[in-house]
Ligand binder design. Structure first.
Ligand SMILES: Cc1cc2nc3c(=O)[nH]c(=O)nc-3n(C[C@H](O)[C@H](O)[C@H](O)COP(=O)(O)OP(=O)(O)OC[C@H]3O[C@@H](n4cnc5c(N)ncnc54)[C@H](O)[C@@H]3O)c2cc1C
Length: 446
């Protein structure tokens, strides 16, 4: 059998670990290993994005990838979360679980998305070079291009790259191109997108970084404003000691401008910033400086806070991976863990059925369905965003006092456990893939 040829669309958190795992099958000689192409729309691996975390099963998979040292060297060391009011008074603080054993709102592995994406990309590049040194093909990376068309004829998927105009054929195309996946839209149709991409509680989020001030520390500060608006300011990693990250959030079910701005992606950044500035005009606490910095930010990222729900993640020889197929939303705290699980289980399924892709894709569906169902079950039956982000100033006043009473009663630790996602309830199966050695920066350049 000729080696499988696989196109992965998206060099994000899910795509490159999938490639690494696929090349780590110890029962294949290098020459038999799949020929992988990774296509990324951005001109470089996107070093952007703010705080995300790795938890439970995601930690096990991170260790299998051999990137624990690299990840731990890049974490933000966030101490936990403080709920603050207009005057920056703290009503409750919930500490991070630094043991990695308990799932609270802040994990022991908080990292910037850009750092993790870079580690995963470099790890895949090291694996590719190892395979190439043994006579295999490894991974070809194409940056700055995207798919213009995609056709299937049963055995092969034929794609045309938009910028180069080149046609190429693959045995399998993996759509790992995030929440607003073009692969999903091309294969499943744009028409059903409204049904597949389900917004959570009318939420929109803006992420960016900003200079640190004397009020900032390793604690995440979370401020709520009336009208269901909120801001979090969080620590960056050691490479940016003078900066913090911000997440601004709006809940609004009726303003069509917010929705259409989400469809525009990065090219709509100026309009997205203007909308957030309008919504946060006149807000108290540190909102004026945060809005000022948002308007200047060059790492601004905006999207609808949504989940992707699909009955099936594959169609013919095209399969979805990570946010593209089953985004659980940033408020689930499970995005990275799901992306890692998807990458591992898809590679494992292909390893189990090397000559039968339909069987591999069916196995992937079976393994991932319970994990995705669990991850997409949001706290308090999906009511948590409404309880935290209140409509009125009075509501926030009362909420703060309830939080204060919880703090006084000494049950904060117990309450924090309820705030954590179910990442350790996910089991990681063994597929016989190699346990990779710890990779450190520069390993692949030797
Ligand atoms: C720039 C950016 C910033 C983010 N910031 C945050 C954040 O601050 N907080 C948070 O919780 N989550 C953030 N996310 C989402 C988070 O990374 C994912 O929820 C999660 O890590 C799952 O990873 P994924 O690989 O499935 O998707 P992603 O990490 O979103 O990766 C998808 C990749 O596909 C690429 N891509 C998209 N469309 C195409 C196309 N048509 N052709 C080729 N490539 C394409 C993207 O550039 C990206 O590299 C961000 C995502 C991106 C792309």
């Amino acid at each position: 059998m000729a080696p499988l040829s696989i196109l992965i669309v998206g060099c994000g958190i899910a795509g490159t670990p999938f490639a690494t795992f696929l090349l780590s099958n110890p029962s294949q000689y290098a020459k038999e290993k799949p020929h992988i192409t990774i296509l990324e729309r951005a001109s470089t691996p996107r070093p952007q994005g703010q705080n995300i975390d790795i938890r439970g099963a995601g930690v096990t998979i991170m260790r299998k990838l051999g990137i624990e040292t690299a990840v731990r060297n890049s974490i933000t060391h966030e101490e936990g979360v403080q709920f603050v009011d207009d005057r920056n008074g703290i009503w409750i603080q919930m500490a991070a679980d630094k043991t990695g054993k308990v799932q609270t709102g802040t994990s022991d592995l908080e990292i910037l998305r850009g750092s993790l994406a870079e580690i995963c990309w470099k790890r895949s590049r090291a694996m590719s070079r190892e395979v190439q040194s043994q006579g295999g093909k490894g991974i070809e990376y194409i940056f700055g291009d995207y798919l213009e068309s995609l056709e299937q004829d049963g055995e092969k998927v034929h794609v045309r790259l938009a910028k180069s105009g080149e046609w190429r054929s693959f045995d399998l195309v993996v759509g790992a191109d995030g929440l607003q996946s073009r692969t999903r839209q091309m294969v499943w149709g744009e028409k059903g997108e409204g049904e597949r991409v389900r917004q959570v509680a009318g939420m929109y989020g803006a992420f960016f970084s900003l200079p640190k001030t004397s009020n900032d520390s390793l604690w995440r500060r979370w401020y709520s404003a009336p009208g269901r608006r909120g801001v979090m300011v969080r620590p960056c990693d050691a490479t940016q000691p003078d900066r913090m990250t911000a997440f601004m959030m709006i809940m609004n079910l009726t303003d069509e401008r917010l929705r259409s701005a989400a469809r525009d992606g990065r090219k709509g950044a100026e309009a997205q910033k203007a909308l957030f500035a309008e919504y946060f005009e006149g807000m108290k606490w540190e909102c004026p400086r945060i809005v000022d910095e948002m308007l200047k930010a060059d790492d601004f990222y905006y999207d609808m806070i949504a989940q992707v729900k699909m009955e099936k993640w594959s169609k013919g020889r095209v399969v979805l991976l990570g946010d593209a197929g089953y985004c659980a939303s940033p408020i689930s705290g499970m995005g990275t863990t799901l992306a890692f699980n998807g990458a591992y289980n898809l590679a494992g399924a292909i390893t189990q059925h090397p000559n039968d892709l339909p069987a591999a894709l069916a196995t992937y569906e079976t393994k991932m369905r319970p994990i995705v169902d669990l991850a997409q079950r949001l706290p308090l039956g999906g009511q948590a965003p409404y309880i935290i982000n209140l409509e009125t100033a009075w509501g926030i006043w009362i909420r703060n006092r309830i939080l204060w009473l919880i703090a006084l009663s000494g049950i904060v630790e117990l309450a924090s456990r309820f705030a954590g996602p179910p990442a350790d309830k996910v089991k990681v199966e063994e597929f016989g893939l190699s346990q990779l050695e710890e990779w450190v920066e520069g390993d692949d350049e030797k």
